[in-house]
Ligand binder design. Structure first.
Ligand SMILES: CC(C)(COP(=O)(O)OP(=O)(O)OC[C@H]1O[C@@H](n2cnc3c(N)ncnc32)[C@H](O)[C@@H]1OP(=O)(O)O)[C@@H](O)C(=O)NCCC(=O)NCCS
Length: 191
């Protein structure tokens, strides 16, 4: 049974990164995150990998709705006490115990240091052990090398390819559908 009560969702408190890695905290989003998140979405190198809806200018009301009202389980990523992005589990299906993962590390200076890896592992932990999910899915555009590498390193399986499913940088690109089962995550992490 999935925990549908966002306010009661466990694990919304902070989390410190592991030894030797960049420290981060996952906390509930706040109203003051809206403008910086709009700034992240305005960066083409960030937004190009996101939904079609993020390919057009996104206004404050839309971002506020996304961050504070619509999401099932959403966390602001804080690094050194500064808002650095957003990660979420969305579209939960209580019948199948599935949900989708998203991560946007908007501060590009943090890329390539293993932070995305650590954050996704923490979100998976929360999704599987605290929110009762059985399977977590993720959709990655094929040219997004960093996101693909991250998911593969964590152990996501490639379920299939939605061919020529999004228009980016002047051409149609494939969308890779990946998933990780709770059992696979627990085996990997000896939980
Ligand atoms: C995707 C994202 C979360 C990755 O965060 P990160 O902190 O840089 O990730 P990590 O450092 O943990 O891992 C990145 C991996 O990609 C690899 N990588 C980086 N750039 C790459 C590229 N162009 N091609 C292939 N691999 C690449 C790194 O070597 C690393 O792999 P490794 O751990 O096996 O060495 C971050 O870049 C981001 O938020 N991007 C914009 C939004 C986005 O793409 N979100 C995901 C949508 S599915």
């Amino acid at each position: 049974m999935l925990d549908q009560d966002k306010s009661a969702a466990p694990g919304r408190e902070g989390h410190e990164g592991r030894d030797g890695r960049v420290d981060f905290e996952l906390r509930p989003p706040r109203l003051e995150d809206v403008v910086p998140y709009m700034d992240f979405l305005a960066q083409r190198d960030v937004s190009i990998w996101l939904d079609d809806s993020a390919q057009l200018p996104v206004g404050p009301a839309q971002v506020e709705k996304l961050l504070l009202h619509d999401a099932w389980a959403i966390w602001a990523i804080s690094v050194d006490g500064r808002f650095a992005g957003v990660t979420s589990l969305y579209d939960p299906n209580p019948l199948t115990g599935t949900a989708y993962l998203s991560i946007v590390l908007g501060e590009q200076r943090h890329w390539g240091q293993g932070l995305g890896n650590d954050i996704v592992r923490e979100v998976l932990h929360r999704g599987f052990t605290q929110l009762g999910l059985r399977k977590i899915c993720s959709e990655i555009l094929a040219p997004n090398g960093a996101a693909l590498a991250l998911h593969r390193r964590i152990g996501f399986h490639e379920d299939g390819v939605l061919r020529q499913d999004a228009w980016r940088r002047g051409k149609w690109v494939d969308r890779i559908v990946m998933s990780l089962l709770r059992d696979e995550f627990e085996d990997e992490n000896n939980e």
